[in-house]
Design a binder for this molecule. Structure first.
Ligand SMILES: Cc1cc2nc3c(=O)[nH]c(=O)nc-3n(C[C@H](O)[C@H](O)[C@H](O)COP(=O)(O)OP(=O)(O)OC[C@H]3O[C@@H](n4cnc5c(N)ncnc54)[C@H](O)[C@@H]3O)c2cc1C
Length: 822
């Protein structure tokens, strides 16, 4: 393939040489001391027919250098979550063991290795770096970037396509053209065995591995799950039960498909209610099975089913690789054909029926078929390809424009699908916007001359009950009891619900909110006070789709009060401030909108029984029970429920957990709510306006509030501590007097509220705690900090703990045969 000197000098056999491209020739300076050959893998996670490993072994032998195989979680992936990370880790653990049997060391570095990444460390020591020639962004850029740190040559090897991508002549935008350009190349390769190539190389020592490299030998699947739980990845997308990464799993599924289903593939593959596809796309994406083997074995078997299968595996799959290789901006709207861009632009301002990301991702669009398809992605990590085409097309109608549609498609697909982030995903998703297709004569609103696939028409072609059963029927629904319906508990509960589990929430309060609450007072309860949480700051990219959805759906709204600072200056907030549109409790109510919440139930004790966890009231009567439990309470209240269990014979709750909770500190706050104040002091919010007051706020400055002259005041922690045990009635006039001092006017009588556990002053420093058997998780803002955003992350982490455990304990026999494409 390349006449580059390095590749020629390696003397590779033809089947490897044709797959190689030199990315850089390296520098001429002095080589690093004790150099190694590095094989960096990111997708080709297999020992079988892996040209990257074979080239690297050749290079190591011919330069007499030790070989280190590397795979790391160091790079920033937009959708690094439990589901994707565990699947990859399972695959890499298997590969590490297989390589070790052959005396080859494999370094796997975790996402939190910090400082210099494992790959960067190895690059500095590399005599040569061999990696994958993978066309999907960001890998081409990452490869070029790492090449700058390698002293020696960097070689990229195509491990994905039967006809190496760089050998395809010309640029092809339609499948039939691509087929004719590649047919002879495929035929020359699928009828011959992959030449046996020994994986032997000089042995690397411990010292050759980067710091922090993981040795996964002897670690159980549960250990891998716990490892992922401890990593800074998104825990809101849980592993899919029964879908385990790795080469052994992929081979078993392939063999089963070859024996029992491939012959009928041509008849069954388009029916989303049937079980007729291989279901292997996640393993193909993660390189756990050799596409060369699959193509060869299907071709050897022959027949209509195999022909159709080869059409998908070779033509459609490799066309997507070809597209990504020849179009560097393949994940942007500019990559769709010019005719499609023109028609989309002409219809940009057509009226649409907008849906937020949250409504889409949680299957709340109101379109039955679409919501079911999205449940399949979210709960099962897969979507039948035929249904995925309809699912993808429908989104245009719900987005502001085509760029937003593409952003949504990539987000929803890559976040949830185990075969997401693949060149094939790009091909399929852009097909929804006209890629590999032609214009149609009709000119319809919104879609213009794009091919349409209305969900209603697709739904009519399907048996809906059968489809629902295919998608949801096999989910093992577990019952989870969440105690505490504040932000953390609500977030934990909806994350579990979104994975198909049966969740019930208990709260001692009369309505939603916890410390993010809204109190209604006065005649007709017309006066609203946000008397706990004051301001939402929706910081960081992490949950941007969620927070943008709340803004779009009017759950929260921006607030621009006049803020008086401690030095007396008055100005707008320095960053973006948000409030719940119908009070802070409106956000919590929104989080609970499809949850089963039982208010007015104070849990006085919890007990572990054979059938799970029981929540008891003060009389020892059972309120609810479930196999799993989440405690989403302030640390002191959770500790009170857990402490009596430390001595239980099962040792489910250990003393360390109690110690962690005991170390958490909360400040208390006395709050005054009053209305009928008639002055405008020239500010809406005052921060630290007085030695005894930390916050004073005019409620009417919050958008959408009627002006009843209502103010809310928070006393400082010091003042509150000094008056903590006074009665509300005794404290109210004291708080009123201080408020009058600041506002410079008389303040009418109001109500005082004591927050015994208000703002966390010393958090636990972990995102959640769990019982030894993982059946109980504890969360709350106090795990990570003292804000709503900390409660959100902690609630998600607690749900993640339960989901990782449920994923381990359920094996779903049906899951294997439902995947898209090949
Ligand atoms: C005065 C004040 C001002 C604040 N200001 C801000 C701010 O400006 N910005 C910000 O981001 N955050 C602020 N916060 C913090 C924010 O309110 C919290 O971080 C967040 O609400 C915590 O949510 P949570 O779910 O962890 O806990 P909580 O909201 O405390 O939820 C716990 C729930 O458990 C229930 N419960 C307790 N015990 C039991 C039991 N035994 N049985 C059943 N149910 C039980 C409670 O009723 C409650 O609903 C403020 C808090 C206070 C009090």
């Amino acid at each position: 393939m390349s006449d580059h000197g390095t590749i020629l000098r390696l003397g590779l056999p033809d089947h490897l040489a044709e797959r190689c491209a030199a990315i850089s020739e390296g520098s001429t300076g002095a080589p690093p001391p004790s150099p190694v050959v590095v094989a960096w893998l990111h997708h080709a996670c297999r020992i079988d027919e892996n040209p990257v490993l074979e080239v690297a072994c050749h290079a190591a032998r011919s330069t007499n250098s030790p070989l280190v195989v590397h795979a790391g979680f160091g790079g920033r992936h937009d959708f690094a979550n439990d589901r994707q990370t565990l699947f990859m880790l399972q695959g890499w653990a298997g590969l590490q063991a297989d390589l070790r049997e052959r005396g080859i060391a494999m370094s796997i570095t975790p996402p939190d290795s910090g400082g210099t990444s494992g790959l960067r460390h190895l690059a500095g020591r590399a005599r040569m770096l061999v990696t994958e020639d993978h066309p999907r962004n960001p890998y081409p850029a990452w490869t070029r970037a790492i090449a700058a740190h390698v002293h020696g040559p960097v070689i990229a090897v195509d491990a994905s396509c039967v006809l190496p991508g760089r050998m395809v002549q010309g640029i092809h935008d339609r499948a039939f053209k691509f087929r004719s350009a590649c047919e002879s190349g495929w035929n020359a390769r699928i009828h011959r065995e992959w030449p046996a190539c020994g994986l032997e190389a000089p042995v690397a020592g411990e010292a050759d591995l980067p710091p922090g490299a993981l040795d996964l030998m002897g670690r159980s699947d549960q250990d891998l799950r716990d490892l992922v739980g401890s990593w800074p990845v998104d825990h809101s997308v849980g592993p899919v039960p029964g879908m385990n990464g790795g080469e052994a799993e992929a081979r078993a599924r392939w063999n089963r498909f070859l024996e029992t289903d491939i012959d009928r593939y041509h008849r069954r593959r388009n029916d989303a209610t049937d079980d007729g596809t291989s279901g292997l796309s996640p393993w193909i994406h993660h390189g756990s099975i050799s596409p060369f083997r699959m193509a060869r074995e299907a071709a050897a078997r022959g027949g209509d089913g195999c022909d159709k299968f080869l059409d998908e595996l070779l033509v459609w799959r490799e066309l997507s690789h070809h597209f990504c290789r020849t179009e560097p901006g393949h994940d942007r709207i500019g990559a769709v054909p010019a005719w499609a861009r023109r028609t989309l632009e002409a219809h940009r301002n057509d009226p649409r029926s907008m849906r937020s990301w949250e409504a889409m991702s949680r299957s709340r669009t109101g379109d039955g078929l679409w919501d079911l398809a999205q449940s399949s992605l979210r709960e099962r990590g897969w979507l039948h390809n035929n249904l995925r085409m309809t699912w993808g097309k429908a989104i245009l109608e719900w987005c502001a424009d085509a760029p937003e549609m593409l952003e949504r498609l990539l987000d929803l697909n890559d976040r949830y699908a185990l075969d997401g982030r693949d060149p094939n995903s790009i091909g399929g998703l852009l097909w929804c916007l006209g890629l590999f297709d032609r214009p149609f004569p009709e000119d319809r609103p919104v879609t213009g001359s794009l091919r349409t696939r209305p969900t209603a028409a697709h739904a009519r072609r399907l048996d809906p009950d059968r489809l629902r059963h295919r998608i949801r029927g096999h989910i093992s629904r577990d019952r989870v009891l969440v105690v505490g319906a504040g932000v953390a508990g609500s977030m934990a509960a909806r994350t579990l619900l979104d994975h198909g589990h049966d969740v019930v929430l208990l709260d001692k309060g009369r309505g939603p909110g916890g410390r993010s609450s809204t109190r209604r007072r006065g005649e007709g309860r017309r006066v609203a006070h946000d008397h706990g949480c004051q301001v939402l700051r929706l910081r960081g990219d992490h949950r941007r789709p969620l927070t943008e959805s709340w803004i779009r759906d009017g759950v929260v709204t921006e607030w621009r009060p006049r803020v008086r600072l401690i030095d007396g200056t008055v100005r707008p907030p320095a960053d973006d401030w948000y409030v719940g549109t119908s009070g802070m409790k409106g956000l919590v109510a929104h989080l609970q909108s499809d949850l089963r919440v039982r208010f007015g139930h104070a849990v006085a004790a919890i007990r572990r029984h054979d059938d799970g966890w029981h929540a008891l009231d003060e009389n020892g009567e059972r309120i609810e029970s479930a196999r799993r439990m989440v405690l989403a309470l302030p640390a002191p209240q959770a500790r009170r429920l857990l402490e009596p269990l430390v001595e239980d014979p099962g040792r489910t709750i250990d003393a360390e957990m109690i110690r962690t909770m005991s170390a958490v500190d909360f400040d208390p706050t006395w709050t005054l709510m009053t209305h009928g104040v008639e002055v405008d002091p020239g500010f809406d919010v005052a921060t630290d306006p007085d030695p005894d007051v930390s916050w004073l706020c005019r409620e009417a400055s919050r958008p959408g509030r009627d002006d009843h002259g209502a103010w809310t005041m928070h006393a400082t922690p010091d003042w509150t501590r000094r008056h903590l045990e006074l009665d509300r009635k005794e404290v109210e006039p004291l708080l009123r007097e201080i408020t009058a001092r600041i506002l410079g006017c008389e303040v009418p009588p109001g109500d005082a509220h004591r927050w015994r556990f208000s703002l966390v002053s010393r958090p636990a420093g972990v995102d959640h705690l769990r019982s030894a058997d993982r059946s109980l998780a504890v969360c709350g803002d106090w795990c990570l900090g003292n804000r709503v955003e900390h409660a959100i992350e902690s609630g998600i982490a607690a749900a993640g703990c339960i989901l990782r455990d449920l994923g381990a304990s359920r094996v779903d026999a049906a899951a294997g045969t439902l995947f898209q494409d090949a």
